[in-house]
Design a protein around this ligand. Structure first.
Ligand SMILES: Nc1ncnc2c1ncn2[C@@H]1O[C@H](COP(=O)(O)OP(=O)(O)OP(=O)(O)O)[C@@H](O)[C@H]1O
Length: 498
C-alpha cells in the first residue's frame, strides 16, 4: 500500500472518525478532496468484513474524475476495483431508476428496463431551444407506478421537447435525458413505499457514501443523501459553502446546514489551507471570506499568468491575444461544433490536451473523435489558411472547414448560417487567428471549469460590476460573489487583473 501523506491533525480526525454521519467543512485548498480520498480508503480498508461498496460521489464529470484520481493516487489502482465506485450523483440516480425498473417496482413506456440516458435533448427529434414564456415542455411523470409523459411551463431556456408525440416516441424507445431520470426519482422519493425500496437498495449495496462538494447538491440530491443516512449508510459530506457554483443544476447550498442539523451529522472543520504560498494570497483569501474590500493589481504582462479565468467565455476572447480560451462555450449549431474542432487542434498543439466540449463537437457532427485526432494534419492545414487573420482568410477557412468535415466522414451538411450567425463565426475564426501569431499562450477558462484546481499565478478578467463587488466585499449568499471567490482562491502565489 502506498505511504500515507502527512495529514494535519484536523484532517486526520475528519478522515478517520468513527462517526457514521460526518460533515467536513473546509476552506479552499485545505484538503477537502485530499480528506475525501483518505476517508474513502479508511472505510474501505477497515477491519470489518463487509462486501458492500464504498461510493465516492461528486457532481460533475471533471470533479468525479479528480476524486477518482486522488483515491487511486492515495490507495493504489485497486482501491476502486469492483464494487467500489466513484460516480457522479446523476449516474447514481440512473442506477437507482434502472434497479427499480428491473425489479418491476415501476415500469417505463415500452417495458424498458435499461435506458439510454442523454445529457441533453439537443439534436434529438422534436427538440428545440425553448425559453421562458414559450409554452410547455414535456416531462416524465409517475402515475401510480408507471412512467408517462406530462407537461410543464418552460421556466429556463434549454433544449426541450414540446410535442407529446415526439417525446413519447423517445420514451417508448427507452431514451431520455438526466432531467427525466431526476423527475422520476423525485416522484419515487415522494412515495413512502417506493422510497423504502430505494432505501433497501442503498443499504444492501452500499456501506458508505462520501459526497465531495456537497454544497453543489440540489434538493433531490440532498433528499437522496438524507435517505441514505437515515437508512444507516455511513455518510460523509464534504464541502465549502463559498464554493457552491452549480446554480444551473439547481444547487441549494442553503439547505445543507439544515440537513446536517436535522440528521445529526457531526461536524469536523478543516481550517489550514495548503494552497496559498505567499502572505499576499493568504490575506486576499481571508479578506474575501470575511467580506472585506479587495483591490487587485493589474498585470502589464499577462504571460506571467499560468491561467486566466473569467465568469464567461466571451470575456476571455475579448482579452489579450496571448490568452487562448479553451472553448467558445455552448455549441448551438454545427458550425459552432466545427469551429470548436479547429480550436481543439490549436489547443492540442499548444497545451497537449483537448479543448473543452471538443468531444461533444465531434458527436454533434457525427464524427469519431479518435479518427478526427488521427487526421490532425487536416485541421492543421485549415489553421494555416486562417493564419493571415484577414476576413478573406476567415471566409476561405470556413468554406474549407465545411468541405473537409464531409471528407472526414461527417454525415452533416454544414449550411451557411443567416448573416448575423456567419458574422459571429467569422469573428471567432479571426480571434483564433490572432492567437496563432503569439509566441507564448496562456490557457483561459471559466471559473466553473477551474473549480477544484490550482495554479501559481492566476489572472482574472473582471467587468465593472465584478470589480465593484470586490471593492464592496463579497457575500456568501450571492451566487456571483461565490464565482469571484472561487476565481480568487485558485492562485497559490498571486492573483492579478488581466
Ligand atoms: N496535509 C497536507 N500537507 C501538505 N499538502 C496538503 C495537505 N493537504 C492537502 N494538501 C495539498 O493542498 C492542495 C489543496 O488540496 P485539495 O485539492 O485537497 O484541497 P481542496 O480543499 O479540495 O481544494 P478546493 O478548495 O480547491 O476544492 C493540494 O495541492 C494538496 O496536495
Amino acid at each position: 500500500m502506498p505511504i500515507r501523506s502527512p495529514l494535519t491533525a484536523e484532517q486526520r480526525t475528519a478522515a478517520e472518525t468513527m462517526a457514521t454521519r460526518t460533515f467536513i467543512v473546509a476552506a479552499p485548498g485545505s484538503g477537502k478532496t485530499t480528506v475525501a480520498a483518505e476517508r474513502f480508503g479508511v472505510i474501505r480498508y477497515d477491519s470489518t468484513l463487509d462486501a458492500r461498496r464504498i461510493l465516492a460521489l461528486s457532481f460533475t464529470r471533471s470533479a468525479r474524475g479528480e476524486l477518482a484520481a486522488r483515491i487511486r493516487r492515495r490507495w493504489g489502482s485497486r482501491a476502486l476495483s469492483w464494487p467500489q465506485q466513484a460516480l457522479t450523483i446523476d449516474t447514481l440516480h440512473c442506477e437507482i431508476l434502472m434497479f427499480l425498473l428491473r425489479r418491476r417496482v415501476i415500469s417505463w413506456m415500452g417495458g424498458h428496463t435499461e435506458l439510454t440516458v442523454l445529457d441533453t435533448w439537443r439534436g434529438q427529434q422534436g427538440a428545440r431551444l425553448m425559453s421562458q414564456g414559450m409554452g410547455y415542455r414535456r416531462i416524465a411523470v409517475l402515475c401510480e407506478t408507471s412512467v408517462y409523459s406530462g407537461s410543464l411551463k418552460v421556466t429556463r431556456a434549454d433544449y426541450h421537447i414540446g410535442t407529446k408525440g415526439d417525446f413519447e416516441k423517445h420514451l417508448a424507445a427507452g431514451r431520455c435525458t438526466h432531467a427525466e431520470v431526476r423527475q422520476v426519482i423525485a416522484a419515487v422519493l415522494d412515495r413512502a413505499e417506493l422510497r423504502a425500496e430505494v432505501a433497501n437498495y442503498l443499504t444492501s449495496t452500499t456501506k458508505a457514501i462520501i459526497v465531495d462538494e456537497v454544497f453543489d447538491a440540489n434538493e433531490l440530491d440532498l433528499e437522496l443523501v438524507r435517505l441514505a443516512a437515515s437508512a444507516g449508510v455511513n455518510t460523509t459530506l464534504i464541502g465549502d459553502p463559498w464554493q457552491a457554483l452549480y446554480d444551473f443544476r439547481g444547487a441549494r447550498p442553503e439547505l445543507v446546514p439544515q440537513l446536517v442539523e436535522n440528521e445529526g451529522f457531526e461536524s469536523f472543520p478543516v481550517t489550514t489551507s495548503f494552497r496559498f504560498k505567499t502572505s499576499g494570497m493568504v490575506e486576499t483569501a481571508e479578506k474575501a471570506r470575511a467580506g472585506q474590500s479587495i483591490m487587485l493589481d493589474a498585470t502589464s504582462d499577462p504571460t506571467e499568468c499560468d491561467v486566466v479565468l473569467s465568469h464567461k467565455w466571451d470575456n476571455l476572447w475579448t482579452g489579450p491575444a496571448c490568452v487562448l480560451p479553451l472553448s467558445f462555450g455552448r455549441l448551438d449549431n454545427q458550425t459552432d461544433a466545427a469551429i470548436a474542432l479547429l480550436l481543439d487542434r490549436l489547443i492540442q498543439g499548444h497545451f497537449g490536451h483537448s479543448a473543452i466540449y471538443a468531444d461533444e463537437a465531434a458527436a454533434i457532427l457525427g464524427l469519431d473523435f479518435d479518427v478526427l485526432r488521427s487526421n490532425g494534419a487536416v485541421m492543421g492545414s485549415i489553421l494555416e489558411v486562417l493564419r493571415p487573420a484577414t476576413p478573406q482568410a476567415a471566409t476561405a477557412a470556413i468554406t474549407a472547414l465545411r468541405a473537409i468535415l464531409r471528407v472526414l466522414g461527417s454525415p452533416s451538411r454544414l449550411r451557411r448560417l443567416p448573416k448575423a450567425g456567419e458574422a459571429v463565426q467569422q469573428a471567432r475564426l479571426l480571434a483564433i487567428a490572432r492567437r496563432m501569431g503569439e509566441s507564448h499562450l496562456v490557457p483561459g477558462m471559466t471559473v466553473h471549469q477551474s473549480k477544484g484546481r490550482e495554479w501559481p499565478v492566476v489572472g482574472v478578467r473582471l467587468g465593472k460590476a465584478e470589480l465593484a463587488r470586490l471593492a464592496a466585499g463579497l457575500e456568501e449568499h450571492r451566487f456571483d460573489d461565490r464565482v469571484l471567490y472561487v476565481a480568487l482562491t485558485r492562485a497559490e502565489r498571486k492573483v492579478v487583473l488581466c
